[in-house]
Design a protein around this ligand. Structure first.
Ligand code: SF4
Length: 442
């Protein structure tokens, strides 16, 4: 468990020598507790105190990395039970299972299509699993090598350690997740994980047995462990995922302080999607599924994006001049804010109107029009600065700007500040189409 500032203070030299940059040892302890300083900054701390403080600084849920390079997946190290308490940090990997006894190339081609753009952000499958379903180590190794073309972190699923060994040789330096050590084979799997430096998934029929198994695997020298919590049904699995998060985070049970994973294989796509989405919400670090159709994967990616969006930071689009349709220098220029929802609503309505137009997006720190205006983030000054920028001058030949109807009161000040003619658009985005077709005067 993380130590409080006073507990840390008791372990410091208490000389107030200031070598760490803090005015006193207590101030340094407070910085350490808030993770704003490193213990290395104090040169006089004793080895015993260092060992104790470093132990307490370890996250209650270990951060585990699968894969290597830019596409590596980091999971774990979460700090809260509920998103509204702070935020969730590490998005779960969502991935498709490729069986080595099916047409691997077709499956890989289907996975390649699982990339989408939603509210201006690219989302897609972030992991892939290969399963030794046919039992032939050579076919498994070939399939493991083939999926590397996706450049995604890989899970190698096999019961036979020899098959895992063969697959490992076909994707060297990729740091795949080895799946899964069980009560009957854990020694061989632990040796493979330790020798290869790869993370290891462990599987057991209930939480108590998972805890026992993780202790054994850790004692064998494996640090990066993932708990496979796939139980018989959605209710048991969800309860186990929740219990593990609570025990690891709140009770400091070290043997359960690891990220979890689940595997969903229902033939009923509706059930499969519902199950996967549930585990994305609570509390799986990896969700593997037998489905691969875009209409089945997109809902899972959408849930993940929503859950893992930091509630303290609104989703924003870049502040700049956007073109909708085949614009000309005479096209209208509408002003809005950089709150994603606001921007995409305006963009959708402009597109639907079929009147090509520019949308000028003002940086209002991700707030909507009324909130931005009320908090002085959408002002005559910053709109004036934007419409008189080189970016706008280089694209628009007229000097007429359309502002949202909700900020009509700004029009006088904006006209004076900018020298532009100010036209007042509709209050709601739904009125944009009618406005552009009937009211806008070029
Ligand atoms: S360097 Fe260490 S002993 Fe000196 S003030 Fe900082 S914490 Fe205290």
């Amino acid at each position: 468990m993380a130590l409080k500032a006073l507990d840390i203070f008791k372990l410091l030299p208490k000389t107030n020598c200031k070598k760490c940059g803090a005015p006193t040892c207590l101030a340094f302890a407070m910085k350490l507790a808030q993770k704003q300083a490193s213990l290395d900054d104090c040169p006089d701390v004793s080895d015993e105190a260092k060992a104790e403080l470093e132990g307490s600084a370890a996250p209650p849920i270990r951060l585990v990395t699968i894969g290597s390079g830019d596409s590596k997946l980091e999971i774990g190290n979460e700090t809260v039970m509920f998103r509204h308490e702070e935020t969730f940090y590490h998005q779960p990997g969502i991935g498709v299972i490729v069986r080595d006894d099916e047409n691997v190339d077709e499956r890989i081609a289907a996975i390649r299509e699982l990339q989408f753009v939603r509210v201006g952000t690219e989302i897609g499958a972030t992991i892939v699993a290969v399963e030794n379903a046919g039992g032939d180590p050579a076919a498994f190794a070939a399939a493991a090598a083939a999926v590397q073309s996706l450049e995604l972190p890989t899970v190698l699923i096999a019961e036979d350690p020899a098959a895992i060994e063969a697959a490992l040789a076909s994707c060297p330096d990729k740091r795949p997740l080895l799946h899964a050590a069980t009560e009957s084979n854990w020694e061989a799997f632990a040796k493979l994980a330790k020798d290869s430096g790869c993370p290891l998934a462990i599987s057991a029929p209930d939480v108590d047995k998972l805890s026992e198994l993780s202790e054994k695997v850790k004692a064998a020298g494996v640090e990066d462990i993932i708990l496979d919590v796939t139980l018989g049904n959605i209710s048991d699995t969800l309860q186990a995922l929740t219990a593990i998060r609570r025990l690891g985070l709140k009770k400091g049970v070290k043997s359960l302080g690891y990220p979890c994973m689940t595997t969903c294989r229902s033939d009923n796509d509706f059930e499969n999607v519902g199950e996967c989405a549930t585990y994305v919400a609570k509390y799986a670090g990896i969700v593997l599924t037998s489905m691969s159709a875009p209409e089945h994967i997109l809902p899972l990616l959408t849930v993940r994006q929503n859950i893992y969006t930091d509630p303290r930071k609104p989703i924003q689009v870049e502040s700049k001049l956007y073109e909708v349709g085949s614009v000309t220098p005479e096209s209208p220029l509408l002003i809005t804010t950089n709150f994603s929802l606001t921007y995409y609503t305006v963009e959708g309505e402009v597109e639907a109107s079929r009147v090509p137009a520019y949308i000028g997006v003002i940086d209002t720190e991700g707030t909507s029009v009324l909130t931005a205006f009320a908090s002085d983030k959408l002002t005559a000054e910053n709109v004036s600065q934007f419409i008189n920028s080189d970016e706008v001058k280089g694209a628009v030949s007229h000097k007429k700007v359309v502002i949202p109807g909700y900020v009509t009161v700004m029009s006088g000040a904006l006209k004076e500040e900018s020298g532009w003619e100010v036209q007042v658009g509709p209050r709601e985005a739904s009125g944009i189409s009618k406005y552009l077709k009937t009211v806008w005067t070029p």
